[in-house]
Ligand binder design. Structure first.
Ligand code: FEO
Length: 404
């Protein structure tokens, strides 16, 4: 895509990846994504971040067009070293020979370990709060460590009230539009939540601290530019994004439960439906998610704002089915908080499933609702009743929790 002038002499020069579905190698991006890079034309022409290496040519074209045909990069700011943002660093450095490359202290460590031949690069490590003049403008660097890697930082230009926030406030969203206010808000909100649930969630305590620190700095801000997706334009839009992140980070549960399961001969599946009926009887909205039909990142998007996670698996070779183990491993890494948990499953002879599932869920700090339900081979009336009762009990616990 052509570069887009988002403020006077400030250009989006990124790339739209319409075909991205495997985001960062572990999460789905059903709408594709973008790799946002920004070029500021001042006395020092400054590039903020690059793009995934496959899109180098597009970046180059964007830089050339934004520079009016004579491309030049004097300063390069590396807000984040993950390869979808720093994947073109070496080629940009070799082509433009920037005078300075700015990064955070952790950014330097990451840069050296990604680019083994970078000894001669003019790297300038910047402390959080440090500023550099690029001409009429100043760039202030603010470390946003663990949002989403240790090296992340945000670059702020007070003269333009604009911040380049790297991963924070991004969404996976491929489109011809560049601004959040140009697309459907419900879909965008869902994409923002999806991104948070799968990328940012484990760092929620850091998000809260960072939001407080930014609020304390009283930055005048009317444009927030993440490295993925659309740009938040205008004071109200920036406030919307900051507020959404605060709400996400607090992880307040909603009246919703997710039943995640796998099944061999449909016994565990039938139990899932009976548990669902019990929950629905208590007015709880339920998502039943077979792990054969739902990627772990789609499951996590639903778990993110749910009050309860109920997991079922048959016993298989003294364990649980592998796709259930996959979801649980993924979920544990994302550290969801404030959840109720419950387990269920069927078995043929040894029956360890429920014990294993309970260990997984309680190990994530979930408050377990008992008794878990386990059945040998095929569920009958008593098992369905036990499942329904478990669903009701979880529903009552959700209602009590939300009322408190
Ligand atoms: Fe898309 Fe942490 O980078």
């Amino acid at each position: 895509m052509k570069p887009v002038e988002i403020k006077k002499d400030i250009f989006w020069v990124g790339a739209v990846d319409w075909n991205s579905r495997d985001f960062h190698g572990y999460s789905l991006s059903p709408r594709g994504t973008t790799y946002n890079a920004f070029l500021v034309k001042d006395e020092k022409i400054t590039l903020f971040d690059t793009v995934k290496s496959d899109f180098y040519d597009e970046l180059l074209c964007g830089i050339a067009q934004a520079c009016g045909g004579t491309p030049r990069i004097d300063y390069l700011v590396v807000n984040h070293l993950e390869p979808d943002h720093a994947g073109c660093l070496d080629r940009i450095v070799e082509r433009f020979h920037p005078e300075k490359i700015f990064c955070s202290p952790m950014g330097e460590k990451a840069l050296r370990s990604y680019y083994h031949h970078s000894e001669s690069w003019p790297i300038e490590v910047v402390a959080s709060g440090a500023s550099v003049s690029i001409g009429k403008r100043t760039v202030q660097f603010i470390e946003t460590r663990m949002l989403h890697w240790p090296d992340n930082m945000l670059s702020y230009i007070p003269e333009d009230k604009i911040a380049f926030s790297s991963d924070a406030f991004g969404q996976n969203w491929a489109s011809t539009e560049r601004f959040c206010d140009e697309v459907d808000r419900t879909a965008l909100q869902s994409a923002l939540a999806d991104y948070y649930a799968n990328i940012v969630l484990p760092y929620s305590p850091v998000v809260l601290k960072t939001l407080d620190a930014l609020a304390g700095m009283n930055l005048a801000l009317d444009m927030l530019c993440p490295d993925h997706g659309l740009i938040w334009r205008g004071h109200d839009e920036v406030a919307y994004a900051l507020n959404a992140y605060r709400e996400f980070a607090l992880q307040k549960p909603t009246k919703k439960a997710v039943i995640v399961y796998d099944t061999m001969w449909h016994s565990t599946e039938k139990m899932a439906r009976a548990i669902c009926d019990g929950l629905a009887d208590e007015g709880v909205s339920v998502r039943i998610m077979s792990v054969k039909h739902n990627h772990h990142s789609a499951v996590m998007r639903e778990v993110f704002d749910a009050a309860a996670v109920i997991v079922g698996s048959p016993t298989h070779n003294n364990g649980i089915l592998p796709l259930v183990a996959d979801v649980l491993t993924y979920m544990k890494g994302l550290r969801p908080q404030n959840k109720l948990g419950a387990a269920f499953g069927s078995f043929g002879w040894s029956g360890e499933c429920v014990k294993i599932l309970t260990e997984h869920l309680s190990g994530m700090g979930m408050e377990m609702v008992e008794p878990a339900v386990k059945v040998k081979n095929l569920p009958g009336h008593d098992t369905f009743q036990a499942c329904f009762d478990l669903g009701k009990k979880i529903g009552q616990a959700i209602n009590a929790k939300l009322a408190s």
